[in-house]
Ligand binder design. Structure first.
Ligand code: URA
Ligand code: SF4
Length: 196
């Protein structure tokens, strides 16, 4: 059997019929980023913008995530961004257990290929699906180790869209994550040119 690859996972996700979300999606959203990513971000599910474009975190929540990554000095090339389920649930409802179970093998293959230093859990759906966790607000900012994999817990960017205090928490968390992974070296000298 040929070796697995991120491209192969993406191709299978794009035509995947394994759960009922396949019947209502416009575009499946496999995720994007580098094979060499140090951090994997795992959100809940594609929303409307993501379903339209076939790319993760490109709507309002994505804008927040991009801003917070920039503030933390984390470059897009250092991360891989995906979701627990790869297809949009109708009306953005929370993914159901059978959908999460059907989709999990794709995420597991992505993790096995990338072997990230840490997986950043964005919000409660990713927390419960990957770690069986409960309240994310009570545990945010924490690092957890499970099955030889490290996880960092933080709130979902969508929770920060209309809530300044949540936004400040997300910013603090991602700065902590950047420090933990050592993402910031070589970035500060470049940031002036990049943003001017
Ligand atoms: N919310 C998510 O959980 N994932 C996305 O890709 C976009 C919004
Ligand atoms: Fe397949 Fe996952 Fe999409 Fe369900 S959500 S159809 S399992 S890719």
């Amino acid at each position: 059997m040929p070796a697995d690859s991120l491209e192969k996972v993406a191709e299978e996700v794009t035509g995947c019929p394994k759960c009922k979300l396949s019947r209502t999606r416009k575009n499946a959203v496999p995720g994007e980023g580098q094979l060499a990513a140090k951090i994997m971000f795992v959100g809940e599910a594609p929303g409307r913008s993501e379903d339209d474009k076939g790319r993760p975190f490109v709507g309002a929540a994505g804008k927040i995530l991009d801003e917070m990554l920039a503030k933390a000095g984390i470059q897009r090339s250092q991360v891989f961004i995906t979701n627990v389920v790869k297809c949009r649930p109708p009306n953005n409802r929370v993914p159901e257990d059978d959908e999460v179970a059907a989709c999990m093998p794709y995420l597991e293959r992505q993790v096995a290929l990338i072997r990230p230093r840490i997986i950043c859990i964005l919000g409660r759906t990713a927390y419960s699906s990957l770690l069986g966790g409960g309240s994310i607000t009570a545990n945010r900012g924490k690092i957890i180790e499970k099955g030889g994999q490290r996880y960092f817990l933080t709130i979902h960017p969508a929770a920060a869209i209309y809530n300044r205090s949540m936004l400040a928490l997300l910013e603090a968390d991602l700065k902590k994550l950047a420090k933990e992974v050592g993402c910031t070296e070589g970035w500060n000298e470049r940031s002036l040119e990049d943003f001017m």
